[in-house]
Design a protein around this ligand. Structure first.
Ligand SMILES: *Cc1c(COP(=O)(O)O)cnc(C)c1O
Length: 391
């Protein structure tokens, strides 16, 4: 059976060219970058090189890159680190309603420490209105966090505009760019961000590595203690193989983006058009301000679990929204935030394309979905074929 992987928002395969640059650091080049001898210097050079590449990809200076264990840690460091550094000044944080849990849960944690969190709603397409952010900023606001692109519905947020508003008020602005990296150009100056989170395994690099961009002069308290690594911002011996791999992955993503992004966007649009021919289906997320690889659709009268199981049996990997909420029966906070009724949200699947996906794959999955949706509906006691698609 031919298997088709359509869950690239959850994780991507490691590019063989990335594996290639990692292997020496798992073998003979095992030095600790903190050591003064030749082994140490060899490792240090690899870390420095990767730092230059990652910084260059987002228009940053290498000294502004802090390597972390992934985007979860980068988001936690951004939110909690900013809060700890600023708590004397204020204890108010603004986040969008559709942030990843890696941003939302640190915020929740901070409420137990006397911080107040304001959630900014999104419209039906998942867009944050910069004016809403302007209205809720206060004198005691210390952080605004709005993601660059949403991991479930693919909507690309007006980060530059929001950043300008935050900056104008002297408030630190963080963006989780985990899904955007490698799929759209990112420039920290154009985006007006102080902090930006990234992850290796979403860009064909290894898992367990990521980075936080910290604009020069931005105060972020450290909370991993016990070493002076990462300019005293994140203690612990550097994960040299993963850092080298992350650097190579970012370099490749940058090279491939001019061809890959439009190629995947065209496949995405073909995919969406084909799926929307199925009756009572709807596209979630913005129709055009959307990641080139993201398709998120709901089918009335179905449930995600049955759809995903049937797709998996047919060799197709998809997801019910975010990987972190799969397995739970609650509708995701993102689908709720865009106003989907629970019974519509219940029948939602996310299909995310990647470098290996072809037009033939897309056409095959459209046909499969047509059959699977029909059979799930045939088994549903409540499905009425007269229901009309809303979009
Ligand atoms: C995957 C993801 C994360 C978590 O990244 P890890 O590197 O797996 O910790 C955070 N934010 C977004 C938007 C993501 O898609």
């Amino acid at each position: 059976m031919r298997r088709i992987y359509l869950d690239h928002a959850a994780t991507t395969p490691v590019d063989p060219r990335v594996v290639e640059v990692m292997l020496p650091f798992l073998r003979e080049k095992f030095g600790n970058p903190g050591s003064v001898h030749a082994w140490g210097q060899e490792a240090r050079e690899a870390v420095d090189r990767a730092r230059e590449i990652v910084a260059g990809a987002i228009g940053a200076h290498p000294s502004e890159i802090v390597f972390t264990s992934g985007a979860t840690e980068a988001d936690n460091l951004a939110v909690i680190g900013t809060a700890l550094a600023a708590e004397e000044r204020g204890r108010h944080i603004i986040v969008s309603a559709i942030e990843h849990h890696a941003v939302l849960e640190p915020c929740e944690f901070l409420t137990s420490r006397g911080f107040e969190i304001t959630g900014v709603p999104v419209d039906g397409d998942g867009l944050v209105d910069p004016d809403q952010v302007r209205r809720v900023i206060r004198d005691d606001t210390v952080l605004v966090s709005v993601m660059a692109a949403n991991n479930e519905i693919g909507t690309i947020e007006p980060v530059a505009e929001i950043g300008q508003i935050a900056r104008g008020r002297g408030v630190t602005f963080h963006t989780d760019a985990t899904q955007a990296l490698g799929q759209m150009p990112l420039d920290v100056d154009a985006l007006n961000v102080h902090l930006l989170a990234m992850s290796g395994h979403k860009v064909y690099g290894p898992k367990g590595i990521g980075a936080l961009y910290v604009r020069k002069g931005t105060r972020v308290a450290r909370w991993l203690h016990g070493g002076a690594q990462e300019r005293n911002r994140r203690a612990g011996t550097e994960n040299v193989p993963a850092i080298a791999g992350f650097g190579r992955a970012v370099e490749l993503a940058r090279e491939m983006m001019p061809q890959e992004a439009p190629r995947q966007a065209a496949l995405r649009d073909r995919f969406i058009a084909g799926i929307l021919e199925i009756e009572a289906s709807r596209l979630n997320g913005h129709p055009s301000r959307r990641l080139p690889n993201n398709v998120n659709v709901s089918f009335e009268g179905t449930d995600s679990e049955s759809l995903l199981l049937a797709l998996d049996l047919a060799g197709v990997a998809a997801s019910s929204g975010s990987t972190c909420t799969s397995g739970s029966l609650e509708p995701s906070h993102v689908l709720t935030a865009i106003g989907l009724p629970p019974e519509t949200a219940a029948g939602t699947v996310r299909l995310t394309l990647g470098r290996g996906i072809t037009e033939a794959d897309i056409d095959e999955v459209i046909g499969l979905l047509r059959e699977i949706v029909a059979s799930v509906r045939a088994a549903s006691p409540t499905w009425k074929p007269s229901a009309r698609a809303r979009r």
